[in-house]
Design a protein around this ligand. Structure first.
Ligand code: ADP
Ligand code: MG
Length: 324
């Protein structure tokens, strides 16, 4: 039984996510009408997931729904915004009820957990492509930015890194191990937990922030480029999960943590005098925070090995140091 476009919208996307008083008009009108509080700044981000490219085609629809919102929530977390409203442009090869029900359930659960209302979108037939735009609110002038790090600032990350990259290797049969470990790594790939509470807690404390979607080295690199600085990273400080260590081994785990994508953790910098306050605030938040290094005036990234030595860049790590 083929669903019409209007039946799809009605069954799966009307009144999806949180109920919010600031939604004047949502799904069903020509435009969503949203009430922005006086003194607030609007944070806007959009991400597109293409089936077979950004997620394996066999991914559970519920996980695809979760992830399509999670990646944008991670962007809002990076600027410290409070999530508010989402719009969803959905292109699907055929109106598969079971897929739609799973997708909407995954998206809806994460949206409710973060107070996000789905207020509009577009539904078309085509290749499986999901575009979600997310809007968040901030007190004006308080957004965290990529720029702003200064030499001497400490560098922190949330959660553990490299798990999603290992999860993808598990899905693609490139990595094996204990069943429970493999399942946990796949969960980290399929259901990232965006660090929204941490982002909010960093307002007024962090000098710069970015979310880690392309690997710590690449994303820290963006933060350093924006600041015109470099960094010293301590390999021993990079947080690695036990399942990742067990499945991949110490060396490969570190490589994944530095270079693999899809973690959706945060990387941020804090001046030394605010370190104690920062660590107190993060202590009770999901994912916590971990000191991984410091900002240097000298550009490029110097990696201090686990044994305290500074190895020369090698193999795929040749973007460690600038001009070397
Ligand atoms: P229009 O022709 O004005 O673009 P549509 O027929 O495309 O309107 O959509 C009808 C209503 O349903 C609009 O309010 C639109 O925002 C909403 N909508 C369409 N697709 C989705 C979707 N995938 N998720 C949420 N809302 C949607
Ligand atoms: Mg339309």
């Amino acid at each position: 039984m083929a669903l019409t476009e209007f039946a799809i919208i009605d069954r799966f996307f009307r009144e999806q996510g949180a109920r919010r008083d600031d939604v004047v008009a949502g799904v069903g009108d020509d435009c969503a009408l949203l009430s922005v509080p006086a003194g607030a700044e609007l944070a806007v981000t959009v991400d597109t997931l293409v089936g077979g490219r950004h997620f394996p085609e066999q991914t559970e629809p519920e996980a695809v729904g979760h992830k399509s919102l999670a990646v944008s929530l991670s962007d809002l977390a990076a600027v410290g915004a409070d999530p508010a409203w989402a719009t969803l442009a959905l292109s699907l090869p055929e109106p598969d009820e079971q897929w739609l029900a799973g997708f909407a359930a995954g998206l809806g659960a994460l949206a409710r957990a973060h107070g996000v209302a789905l207020v509009g979108g577009d539904t078309v037939r085509g290749p499986r492509v999901i575009t979600l735009q997310l809007h968040g609110l901030l007190p004006a002038g308080q957004a965290l930015r990529r720029q702003g790090a200064r030499p001497g600032d400490r560098i922190y990350v949330t959660g553990t890194l490299g798990d999603a990259g290992a999860g993808l290797a598990v899905v693609e049969g490139r990595l094996t191990g204990d069943t429970a470990d493999c399942e946990w790594l796949r969960e980290r790939l399929d259901r990232p937990q965006p660090r929204v509470a941490t982002g909010r807690a960093l307002r007024g404390l962090a000098s710069a922030a970015i979310d880690i979607s392309d690997g710590l080295l690449a994303d820290l690199g963006h933060l350093l480029a924006a600041a015109g600085c470099g960094a010293e990273l301590r390999a021993a400080g990079v947080p690695l999960s036990e399942p990742l260590r067990r499945c991949a081994g110490e060396r490969e785990a570190l490589r994944l943590a530095l270079t693999a994508g899809d973690d959706y953790e945060l990387c941020f910098t804090v001046p030394p005098e605010r370190q104690a306050a920062l660590e107190r605030r993060c202590a009770t938040l999901p994912g916590g925070c971990r000191l991984v290094g410091r900002i240097t005036a000298e550009t490029g990234v110097r990696m201090v090995a686990v044994d305290g030595t500074v190895p020369r860049p090698e193999g795929g790590w040749d973007h460690f140091a600038g001009g070397d």
